[in-house]
Each structure stands twice: as structure tokens, then as C-alpha cells.
Design a protein around this ligand. Structure first.
Ligand code: ADP
Length: 449
């Protein structure tokens, strides 16, 4: 196994993209510069050997959060100077071969501490034959980078989630997510959304979509932090965030350009002309993107056909993931209000705002319904209140005329009342692949092939 030290975007068809901190199987390392690796989906390709490191529990010297020769006092000073919630580093403990996570927080402690302070957690190892690392007993990992990656998304026993790596050389980690305004050329308007206008643009000779963020629409500071996490999410079925341009006012976000616009419009424009293969392919594309988000412990929170985009090659990609957290409009963020996407939301989201990958699965069921109804709006003539009422009495959206039984069963599975009774995206992906295979066999039999 090897671990990617940084993202890699393929230069040629034979290369494989790398996602920082993800694991790959090393197939061939006989060439010094280019190694062959395999990803968790079974795809293989070449990657630059310097972008990966062989996996061993303590092989993490090149990660931005690791500070090799630093004392406890120096660590505290650096983190206090940084002074931002969740600023953290991993450093050597005094005890050889042991590592400590130091993290800055302002959160009140269990014994009444209120002052900003640095907390230190030793990374512990299990005594078992196969070594595992942990900070909080319940969460075991076979490597330290995996442990850190997990706690960057989940506090899970720590005083705060590990939000921003700090290193001795260079303070906060390098800001690779900052787009230089000089390099960004803006073009015509593509549409307008929740946060403001979306323009066509060019950045470093690639066509991009630029979201201009109206100031009053977004909580800026929080978003800038999260943008770093979002940029690391990289998958062929997600609309890639390339970077953020904070030096320009209004701030803008630079995304991969999607020639065929949003999925709901795309469906409506092709009404009556969509084949079974095309519709199933769209659901499959979205489930792939979502299975990746699920495996990255990232919740979308607003999955719907309007938040997916279609590429030049008619591939569907998931967009706008996690963005609702930064919307400042109350009408949108409270489930009681008019703009809240009630018709796509799971019951536990409507009742308690309890978001999870399983609430995303509910929304995915509604998205499949939209696809097989060629872009129709769900519960067209009903108000949000009526929808809530009919859901709680156990009623669900009806089977779309174009949906095969196998796909309708998946929709119903997504709409189980209890989140734990719904399938995961990994399972949905598997089931949809089965539908593709059986669908082909069925049509072949029908046509006597
Ligand atoms: P917001 O997230 O601010 O609500 P949207 O994502 O809904 O904005 O974007 C508004 C419109 O802009 C979309 O319906 C689509 O037509 C266009 N658009 C957004 N992102 C892209 C993109 N990456 N490529 C091409 N067009 C886009």
C-alpha cells in the first residue's frame, strides 16, 4: 500500500489521479519516476513516484501538519499565535517514537476552563499484533495520516475537530487554494444562484465557472476554512472546486466548467428523448460521486437534480456539496421556512435538522425520481406542510411511469423512515451496477441477440 502525499491531476490517459491522504495499491515500482498504482475502484495508472509514500504507521514526515523538531513550549507558542479554533500540529513527544497532537481551542473544557489554550493528546498504539493508532479509544486507524484525516472531519472525543494544520516553517499551511485574480479572466453570465451570479471564465487556460459571492449571502470566514477541505475532495463524478479568489471583492469560487448546465434543466429539455440507458447512467454517475463523498465522511445536505451538473460528454456530476452550511438566508436554512428544500429532505432533517450520509440517501431517492420523471418537480401541486403530513402518514412519491421495478425498489429503500434502514451509497452503487448489467441482458433477450 502507498499513501498519496498530495493530489495529482493526470497529464495523460495512462495516468491515475491521486487524492491526498488516500491509499493505493502499489502494482509496479520498477521505474524510478513513474509507479503504477491501483485505486479503491480497481482502476490502475501511472503516478509520479514522489507523490506517494509507502504506507507504514509512522511515515508522515512530509505531511503539512507534522513538525519534527519542536518542543511542547514552541508548539504552544505557535498555536497560540495562530489563535484560530482547531489550529493543530503533530509533533514528537519527549518519549522516543511517540507522537502528540497539539490543538488550539477556545471551547469551554469539562473542568470549567474557558481561556484560549492548547491541548495535547498523545497518539496511542494498541498492544495487539497488528498495530493500530488512536486518540480516543473507540476510533482505531492503521496509520497516523488516516487518524489525522478522520479527526480533521470529526472531533470524536477531542475538544475540537482538527481544522487547520500549522507548521513551523510557513505558519499556516500553504494556501494552494488561493486563485490569483490576475490569472482569472471573467466572461459572460451563465446563471444565478443562491450566492449570486455565476460567470463563465478562464483560469490558467482552462474553461471554468466562477461563482461571484454576494457578501451578505455567505459566511465568508468559515467558508474559506472549509474550502480547503472541499478542494481536497476530488472525484470524476464531483464538480471540482479549483480554488477561491479572496483578494477580489466580491469573493469568488472557481469551479470545473460543465457545458451542459444543471441536470434538472437538462432533463426537461430532453423530455421524451431519454433512453433507459441514459436515465440509469445518470443515477449511476450521481451514486458514484455520492459514494465517494460518503467514504470521505462528507455530507452533501442539498442533493437534488438542480444541484447536479452535466458535462460536455453528458456525464452527470454532483455539485454544491456542503454549501448550505454557509448560506446566511434564514428562509433557506430553517426547515420551517419557504426556501428550505423540504421535498428532498429526510424526515429526521425536517424534524431535527439531523443530517447524515443517510439523509443524503433519502434525497438521492428523490433525485432518481426526478430523473425518471424527466425533470418534473416532486409533489408538484402540494405545499411543504402537506408533504410533511403525507410523509409522516407513510405516503411516498409514486412510481414514475418510466422507472423499471428494480429502480423503483431502490427509491423506496432510500425513503425508509429510519436512516439505518436505508442503503449506503456504496450499496446503492453496487445495486445500480447490477441494474445496468441485467438491463442490458434483458434488452438483448428482447431483441433476440
Ligand atoms: P448557487 O450554488 O449559488 O445556488 P448554482 O449552482 O445553482 O448556484 O448555479 C446557478 C446556475 O449557474 C446553474 O443553474 C448553472 O446553469 C450555472 N452553473 C453553475 N455552476 C456551473 C458550472 N460549474 N459550469 C457551468 N454552469 C454552471
Amino acid at each position: 500500500m502507498v499513501i498519496a502525499l498530495q493530489d495529482y491531476t493526470p497529464l495523460g490517459d495512462d495516468d491515475l489521479p491521486l487524492l491526498k491522504d488516500q491509499e493505493y495499491i502499489l502494482i509496479n515500482s520498477s521505474h524510478t519516476d513513474w509507479w503504477t498504482v491501483q485505486n479503491d475502484k480497481g482502476a490502475t495508472g501511472f503516478v509520479p513516484s514522489i507523490y506517494v509514500a509507502e504506507k507504514s504507521g509512522t511515515n508522515f514526515e512530509r505531511f503539512e501538519w507534522y513538525n519534527k523538531n519542536i518542543t511542547r513550549a514552541e508548539a504552544e507558542e505557535l498555536l497560540m499565535t495562530e489563535g484560530k479554533e482547531g489550529a493543530f500540529m503533530v509533533r514528537d513527544s519527549r518519549q522516543a517514537g511517540v507522537y502528540t497532537v497539539s490543538v488550539f481551542t477556545k471551547a469551554p473544557g469539562s473542568n470549567g476552563e474557558k481561556n484560549p489554550r492548547v491541548k495535547h493528546y498523545q497518539i496511542r498504539q494498541t498492544e495487539t499484533e497488528e498495530i493500530s493508532f488512536y486518540l480516543a479509544e473507540k476510533y482505531l486507524f492503521s496509520t497516523i495520516p488516516e487518524l489525522i484525516h478522520y479527526h480533521q472531519h470529526n472531533a470524536a472525543g477531542l475538544i475540537t475537530r482538527l481544522r487547520r494544520p500549522v507548521s513551523k516553517d510557513g505558519g499556516c499551511s500553504q494556501e494552494i487554494w488561493e486563485v490569483d485574480p490576475e490569472e482569472l479572466i471573467l466572461g459572460q453570465e451563465l446563471g444565478s444562484g443562491q450566492f449570486g451570479l455565476v460567470l463563465e471564465g478562464r483560469w490558467k487556460d482552462i474553461k471554468v465557472a466562477v461563482k461571484m459571492i454576494r457578501e451578505e449571502c455567505m459566511s465568508d470566514e468559515e467558508f474559506k476554512e472549509e474550502a480547503k477541505v472541499m478542494m481536497k475532495l476530488s472525484h470524476c463524478k464531483l464538480v471540482q472546486l479549483y480554488g477561491v479568489c479572496t483578494q477580489r471583492s466580491p469573493m469568488c469560487l472557481v469551479f470545473e466548467f460543465m457545458e451542459n448546465g444543471c441536470l434538472s434543466e437538462y432533463l426537461r429539455a430532453r423530455k421524451g428523448r431519454l433512453s433507459q440507458d441514459m436515465m440509469l447512467g445518470m443515477c449511476l454517475d450521481v451514486s458514484e460521486g455520492m459514494a465517494y463523498l460518503e467514504s470521505s465522511n462528507f455530507i452533501h445536505r442539498d442533493l437534488a437534480a438542480r444541484n447536479c451538473l452535466v458535462s460536455k460528454n453528458n456525464e452527470v456530476k454532483v455539485s454544491d456539496f456542503g454549501m448550505t452550511r454557509f448560506v446566511l438566508d434564514d428562509q433557506y436554512t430553517s426547515s420551517q421556512c419557504s426556501k428550505f428544500p423540504v421535498k428532498w429532505s429526510a424526515p429526521e432533517v425536517i424534524k431535527y435538522c439531523k443530517f447524515s450520509s443517510k439523509s443524503d440517501v433519502w434525497s438521492f431517492g428523490v433525485l432518481m425520481w426526478e430523473v425518471y420523471n424527466e425533470g418534473r418537480l416532486p409533489y408538484e401541486n402540494r405545499t411543504n406542510a402537506e408533504v410533511v403530513e403525507s410523509l409522516s402518514s407513510g405516503l411516498r412519491l409514486l412510481k414514475p411511469r418510466l422507472a423499471p421495478d428494480s429502480v423503483h425498489l431502490l427509491m423506496e429503500w432510500c425513503w425508509k423512515e429510519k436512516p439505518e434502514d436505508r442503503p449506503s451509497f456504496a450499496l446503492l452503487l453496487h445495486e445500480l451496477v447490477q441494474c445496468v448489467t441485467f438491463g442490458r441482458l434483458y434488452w438483448q433477450n428482447q431483441s433476440g441477440l
